[in-house]
Design a protein around this ligand. Structure first.
Ligand code: AVJ
Length: 338
């Protein structure tokens, strides 16, 4: 018998994102109930649609966080100490919110290195173009979040730097995880950070259900287009034959789990072939595909999550209406996570 161990480079070259999309679509549409993960929303068109969502009058999330960072940005940064800072951005998007923190940093004259991490090289190129001319040390990393963070850790150990780190996970992106997944994600974050580092996490709070329903069912139908774009993406990338007009967006609040849940509902009985998967999927009339969770939090939920993942809370920064909070957590290494 002989065997061969693949090198890291060989393994890397085999991890094809399109194949991952294909296998997740095959798996998700073969199950009952059918599901597709919200992580596939963000192709070029999906990212454009999400930019439009952030500008919608009903989608309060972005405006609230904008207000928090412009009024408390300086306070948040000051709470992370006085050492040179590595500002690590997971999911920077167009960088508009980061810009608010960078403005505050400039005023504090603190030495800063801005490290956005994104799997899309295009996204990082756009970001660095927008931030050019700010006289900022920008060192973007094209990778998955945790590979990027590990790389940063290695780099620090080799160079012996003693920067404080502030990791940003803004915009309620954590809401896409259910509680166990959120906990696992935060524990992983804790494990790659050092004692005394900080994370700033955006949580959307529980609130009047009418406001939630309006935010995920906007009048202009942008959120519907964003959700339906998943089917266009399957058509474009996997040779799918979805007639998108025969599906509708449906988003509702689950009072038991505390999450907005989004679905694509087949409005008729139909079969859909996806060429690249060599598979045909049957839809009963009014059968749903689950596509997204957006979990909403109580302040007490946030505190418990921090505790369970090994962080202490350095500050809660809510918007004026109390719809949203950016929560600043400090990594505690001397006590083990609960
Ligand atoms: C980007 C995950 C924060 O859940 O509110 C917006 C995505 N979906 N409208 C959210 C989204 C529908 C958004 N996050």
């Amino acid at each position: 018998m002989s065997y061969r161990v693949l090198t890291a480079a060989e393994r890397e070259s085999l991890a094809d994102p399109r194949e991952e999309f294909a296998s997740e679509v095959l798996e998700g549409l073969s199950q009952t109930p059918k599901r597709l993960s919200s992580r596939w929303f963000y192709d070029d068109e999906g990212s454009r649609l999400f930019q439009r969502i952030m500008g919608l009058p009903e989608y309060y999330v972005t405006g609230c966080e904008h207000q928090v960072l412009s009024s408390h940005g300086a306070e948040i940064l000051a709470a992370t100490g006085g050492k040179p800072l590595a500002l690590v951005d997971m999911g920077a998007g167009d960088g508009a919110k980061t810009m608010l923190l960078l403005d505050a940093l400039e005023a504090q004259q603190r030495d800063v290195r801005y490290v956005p991490i994104d799997i899309s090289e295009g996204a990082l190129a756009g970001l660095s173009a927008r931030l050019a001319g700010r006289g900022l040390r920008l060192e973007g990393v094209v990778s998955e979040y945790f590979s990027g963070l590990k790389w940063l850790g290695q780099q620090d150990r080799q160079a012996g730097t003693d920067e404080a780190r502030l990791v940003l996970f803004l915009g309620s992106n954590i809401g896409n995880f259910d509680r166990p997944r959120a906990r696992a994600f935060l524990l992983r974050l804790w494990s790659v950070l050092r004692h005394g580092d900080h994370v700033l996490i955006g949580f959307d709070l529980k609130k009047d259900i009418e406001l939630l329903l309006a935010a995920y069912n906007d009048k202009q139908g942008v959120t519907a287009a964003f959700n339906l774009n998943l089917l266009h993406r399957i058509n474009a990338e996997l040779g799918g034959h979805f007639d998108v007009s025969r599906f509708r967006h449906f988003s509702t609040y689950n009072v038991f789990s505390g999450a907005m849940e989004s679905y694509l509902v087949s409005q008729a009985e139909q079969d859909v072939h996806v060429d690249a998967l060599h598979a045909r999927f049957h839809f009963k009339a009014w059968e749903p595909i689950h596509t997204e969770y957006s979990y909403k939090y109580l302040p007490a939920d946030i505190e418990r999550l921090a505790e369970e993942a090994g962080f202490s809370i350095a500050g809660h920064f809510p918007d004026a209406k109390g719809y949203f909070v950016d929560s600043l957590w400090r990594v505690e290494k001397e006590r083990s996570p609960a």
